[in-house]
Write a protein that binds this ligand. Structure first.
Ligand SMILES: C[S@@+](CC[C@H](N)C(=O)[O-])C[C@H]1O[C@@H](n2cnc3c(N)ncnc32)[C@H](O)[C@@H]1O
Length: 272
């Protein structure tokens, strides 16, 4: 039993990704404003592969008949931090493909395999932290059995509601969903306070496309505002010099972690 190794499901569920960066930046933003304009780029999707039963993200759009397809949990993770910091928000969610966006229109709860909690205490801790940030009350989270392919007696899951403000704003049409390419798309609510774009840029064809995406996001941030991003290693290199040329400053070099899948940089828009 180890706290260091996280289950594949937990990594892919998005509950772990960027949490340190989100925690830091949302606390920071709460000192600047009470209502933030934010966009999440590339939420992806989760699906349970019928054979491996491992949840993967972002690939579902290439599977014509995905089994047990769920929305990404990343928007809910982001909103859980905003709620915990007492921040109101305008939220846009942008993706190149429609699948993940459509799922986010109806998803009501997040689910993790309860059996993972025995083997990976970190998974349970992240789940409990999410429940606490969202201030969920009894009945809004817990355990239940769900029917699942290859699970004769059903699968025990830990479930938790999506954040209350997300459900309310979605119903009111206040969460904006945009299908578009981050290298060029106009972002809702710009000029923005915060853009979160994790594990998206690595799928662009080359460094030039990643730079175009960075530039497009930079243009739609307010002056001195923030981008949480990870996969720009080819641009950053060993030094932050290139970032400066492109008009960014890494606000906390400590936050650049070796595990690049789970987190990365909090960049601030500065004059080049
Ligand atoms: C691997 S998933 C990442 C999911 C999630 N952000 C995470 O960290 O787990 C990549 C997502 O980025 C989207 N994507 C890829 N290229 C994009 C682009 N040029 N513009 C907008 N979205 C893009 C994909 O459709 C997919 O939903």
């Amino acid at each position: 039993m180890t706290d260091a190794i996280w289950s594949p499901q937990q990594q892919q569920s998005n509950l772990a990704k960027g949490k340190r960066e989100l925690d830091a930046i949302v606390t920071h933003l709460a000192k600047e404003t009470q209502r933030i304009r934010t966009v999440l780029v590339g939420p992806g999707t989760l699906y349970t592969h019928p054979k491996s039963k491992i949840e993967a993200c972002g690939l579902a759009f290439i599977h014509p008949i995905p089994i047990d397809l769920k929305s990404s949990y990343q928007p809910f993770l982001l909103v859980s931090y905003l709620e915990a910091a007492g921040l109101d928000y305008d939220l846009g969610i942008v993706d190149l493909y429609p699948n993940g966006l459509q799922l986010l229109h109806t998803q009501e709860e997040i689910r993790l395999r309860a059996s993972d909690f025995r083997e990976f205490p970190t998974a349970e801790r992240l789940f409990n932290e999410y429940v606490a940030r969202c201030k969920l009350s009894e009945g809004e989270y817990g355990r239940r059995k769900v029917e699942q392919v290859f699970e004769k007696d059903g699968l025990e899951v830990a479930f938790a509601s999506i954040p209350k403000t997300f459900r309310r704003k979605r119903k009111a049409g206040e969460v904006r969903f945009v299908e578009g390419n981050i290298t060029e798309v106009g972002l809702p609510f710009a000029p923005l306070d915060l853009i979160v774009c994790l594990n998206v840029l690595q799928y662009q064809p080359d460094t030039e496309a990643r730079k175009r995406a960075l530039s497009n996001m930079r243009n739609q941030l307010g002056n001195g505002k923030y981008l949480v991003v990870n996969d720009i290693w080819d641009i950053v290199g060993d030094q932050d010099q290139e970032l400066g040329v492109l008009g960014w400053k890494s606000i906390d070099p400590e936050i650049q972690r070796p595990d690049k899948l789970l987190g990365g940089y909090v960049l601030q828009k500065v004059d080049p």
